[in-house]
Design a protein around this ligand. Structure first.
Ligand code: ADP
Ligand code: AMP
Length: 217
């Protein structure tokens, strides 16, 4: 049972790879972005607080996202967890260690998806997903097999995230550089970091992630 972090800037492919690992290995994807979007849609107090921050592309408070992860962690106790979009700050990294320690668990790998930032704007502005089942697509890199129909569930309803516009993407990248990239040394000193080429096609990235998890398990 492994606990891994997928680390990389917005659009690096974390959600895409987490969904693959979930389908192929039965691990559980824990995406704070998805949890926050659910809270916004449901109009909970957390959602009300997070909405404007997310639309600006800034980071939601450490206390809120750490609590969300804490609530979901036990659901991923037997199958392994993929942390997607969390931690994003040093305080969150320390909170995660505490949450895992309390449960007698620890991190196995931090997989960094290495990407070229300029390519990410195209990845993010072309991203859309199925409203019904959440399967992710891309205008250029991953259209549904039949145009307008979700491969996974047959729905014809798709949506785009309000924060997936060029201006907000720039803020999100700046937040990544200022607050998230600096947590890498925290994991490097524990020899947990593995690098994967996030610019390769999706299947190849998935293969590299698999080799990392199997080769050293
Ligand atoms: P993140 O979760 O890191 O923000 P996503 O997994 O949502 O990123 O990927 C962003 C967009 O780029 C999606 O539309 C996805 O289909 C596409 N994408 C993901 N990985 C790749 C890849 N290796 N090559 C091309 N496009 C990709
Ligand atoms: P994501 O779906 O990972 O791209 O996240 C979308 C937005 O949700 C981010 O731009 C932040 O505003 C917020 N968010 C998601 N995860 C976190 C986190 N771990 N810490 C702070 N804010 C987060």
């Amino acid at each position: 049972m492994m606990n891994i972090i997928l680390l990389g800037p917005p659009g690096a492919g974390k959600g895409t790879q987490a969904a693959r690992l979930q389908a192929e290995r039965g691990m559980i994807q824990l995406s704070t972005g998805d949890m926050l979007r659910e809270a916004v849609a449901a109009g909970t107090p957390v959602g009300l607080e997070a909405k404007a921050v997310m639309e600006r592309g800034e980071l939601v408070s450490d206390a809120i996202v750490s609590a969300l992860i804490g609530e979901r962690l036990d659901a991923a106790s037997t199958s392994g967890a993929i942390f997607d979009g969390f931690p994003r700050t040093q305080a969150q990294a320390e909170a995660l260690d505490l949450l895992l320690n309390e449960r007698g668990r620890s991190l196995d790998y931090v997989i960094e998806l290495d990407v070229d930032e300029e390519a990410l704007v195209e990845r993010i502005t072309g991203r859309f997903s199925c409203v019904k089942c959440g399967t992710g697509y891309h205008d250029r890199f991953k259209q549904p097999r039949v145009k307008g129909i979700c491969d996974a569930c047959g729905s014809t309803d798709f949506c785009r995230r309000p924060d997936d516009n060029e201006q907000t993407v720039r803020t999100r990248m700046a937040e990544y550089r200022a607050k998230t990239a600096p947590i890498l040394p925290y994991y490097e000193q524990r020899r947990l970091v593995r690098h994967v080429d996030g610019m390769a096609p999706v299947d190849e990235v998935a293969a590299q992630v698999s080799v990392t998890l199997d080769g050293e398990a």
